[in-house]
Design a protein around this ligand. Structure first.
Ligand SMILES: Nc1ncnc2c1ncn2[C@@H]1O[C@H](COP(=O)(O)OP(=O)(O)O)[C@@H](O)[C@H]1O
Ligand SMILES: [Mg+2]
Length: 308
């Protein structure tokens, strides 16, 4: 029987209108299906089913989406993820609600990877008003820590504290204007690393597609920082070979989090490569894809087929 594939990809980066059309044509050529353009972010939940207008998303066979669900606006309670969740009992969703919830939150992602035995940087979750815990973590992490936004990106807002004074004062400063007073902060050990070996790997399903390196372009000399999104299209990024150790960790990390399209930032420390960041929308840079001979349309079709 003809399959019904829901599809949601907005124009962005390599995904021009023509390329999106090409993906859908490739899908129809390889699967006996109707491709239905429908954006779950316009949806609502009625009892246990998801709807967009009068389309019931639960009637689909597979739903593919790759876009943003605005984690920094919605934080943990994300309407869009509830809509996805409502369709998941009936539909194979590419990029499930739970895997998206995890990947959007650096704390949940780190913990998922740690529990899977993967090499993730040391981290802690501490109440902002718990000065004793902040000081204790600071000492355990050898007096060099990062305060990292759980729902952030582009290196923005990551503060490095190498004294307890800077750590506590930064947190107090944040609390002085925060509307809510109860905040749970992600604190990480700053791992000394060789930034020339920084590498980010893009994984689709169980396959590591390619990796890129980024140059230091922001004002910081210890983090990959691009607040003005100068390298949004990755023109300054370089396609690099994936070391075996990195490939194995990236593939295992994809499996642990379960998101079909995902990327991981690795730093090279004294103890080898460590994951410090999990990306729900990894950089799909045209020149890297070309160099690595990756056909993204075909990879997306492969993902859909794997769910049928
Ligand atoms: N625990 C860490 N130790 C050392 N450097 C880190 C650590 N975490 C992040 N960094 C550096 O800061 C950069 C930005 O942090 P990241 O977690 O990737 O956040 P973002 O989501 O903003 O990209 C990383 O790519 C890395 O260069
Ligand atoms: Mg990053």
């Amino acid at each position: 029987m003809k399959k019904k594939i829901g599809f949601c990809k907005k124009e962005q980066g390599i995904f021009t209108q023509a390329y999106i059309r090409h993906i859908k044509d490739t899908l129809r050529a390889q699967v006996d299906c109707d491709v239905i353009d429908v954006d779950f972010r316009e949806g609502y939940v009625l009892n246990d089913k998801a709807f967009v207008g009068d389309i019931c998303l639960n009637d689909l066979d597979v739903y593919f989406w790759h876009d943003t669900v605005h984690p920094s606006q919605w934080h943990a309670d994300n309407h869009f993820l509830h809509v996805l969740k409502a369709m998941e009992s009936d539909v194979a969703v590419i990029n499930t609600a739970e895997s998206t919830r995890i990947v959007n939150d650096k704390f949940l992602s780190h913990m998922t990877l740690k529990k899977a035995g993967l090499p993730v940087g040391d981290f802690a979750l501490v109440r902002a008003d718990d000065r004793d815990a902040l000081k204790s973590v600071f000492m355990q992490y050898e007096q060099d820590v990062l305060l990292k936004p759980r729902f952030g990106g582009w290196g923005i807002g990551i503060v490095r504290a190498q004294s307890v004074d800077v750590l506590l004062s930064t947190v107090e400063y944040m609390l002085s204007f925060a509307e809510r007073k109860h905040h749970s902060l992600l604190v990480e050990r700053f791992h000394k690393n060789d930034l020339s070996k920084w590498i980010s790997v893009v994984v689709f399903g169980g396959k590591a597609l390619f990796a890129y390196q980024k140059p230091l372009i922001g004002e910081a000399d210890w983090k990959i920082y691009d607040p003005d999104r100068i390298d949004g299209r990755g023109r300054l990024s370089m396609c690099v070979a994936i070391p075996d150790e990195v490939r194995a960790s990236a593939v295992a990390a994809q499996k642990a989090i379960g998101k079909d399209i995902i990327g991981f930032d690795f730093i090279y420390t004294e103890d080898g490569y460590k994951i410090v960041d999990e990306n729900g929308r990894p950089g799909l840079y045209a020149h890297c894809l070309e160099e690595a001979r990756i056909d993204v349309a075909q990879e997306i079709v492969n993902l859909v087929r794997s769910k049928l």
